[in-house]
Design a binder for this molecule. Structure first.
Ligand SMILES: [Zn+2]
Length: 106
């Protein structure tokens, strides 16, 4: 609900304040909302901490989200464009970051 989205990172589902850590991820979701996530079959999402893999996408209150599995944990991010895979999610939600990979010197 806050309009200060530049000053503070907030959950893209409920608007709760998030740690700065989440600021590097687009449309991050807080742990409380994440706790309601289910997979495409309506079951609690699987998470293999050894392989850094798990179900994708997941759904929170019917909202499609993608999880970035990393270092035995994950960050859940809200999908605003109904993407078909997480690569497409990054392309559509982080165009600036992708653009920076190109060789356009400052
Ligand atoms: Zn939340």
């Amino acid at each position: 609900m806050s309009t200060k989205k530049d000053a503070q990172v907030s959950c893209s589902i409920c608007g709760a304040a998030l740690d700065d850590f989440f600021g590097t991820y687009p449309n991050a979701v807080c742990r409380e909302c994440d706790g309601r996530a289910v997979n495409a079959d309506g079951h609690p999402p699987a998470h293999d901490t050894w392989a850094d893999a798990g179900d994708n996408p997941v759904f929170i209150d019917g909202v499609k989200c993608w999880r970035r599995y990393r270092f035995g944990g994950y960050v859940t991010m809200r999908d605003m464009h109904n993407c078909s895979n997480i690569s497409e999610f990054y392309e559509l939600h982080m165009p600036e970051r992708l653009g920076r990979r190109k060789k356009n010197a400052k």
